[in-house]
Design a protein around this ligand. Structure first.
Ligand SMILES: [Zn+2]
Length: 77
């Protein structure tokens, strides 16, 4: 349990110190946490996505909201 909390802390720190915006273009296997090259659409759907800049990762659903937020932000500019 402590390990999981530690992992979350490390991940949050990575995400925080990223030169934003994040680039969540890397698809991770949920279990092995290894990068899947050429992921299939269904793998992408339930995977974790990793930022190519900071190596922080988030769920694909959160990543799609993040991307949407960026797009919405761009519209205002
Ligand atoms: Zn990042």
């Amino acid at each position: 349990m402590g390990d999981i909390l530690f992992e979350i802390r490390v991940n949050n720190a990575q995400l925080e110190h990223c030169e934003k915006p994040h680039d969540f273009s890397l698809v991770l296997d949920r279990l092995t946490k290894k990068i899947i090259k050429n992921p299939k659409p269904e793998q992408r759907l339930f995977a974790k996505l990793q930022c190519s800049k900071c190596d922080g990762h988030i769920d694909s659903i959160n990543a799609s909201w993040y991307k949407k937020g960026l797009e919405d932000g761009r519209v205002k500019l």
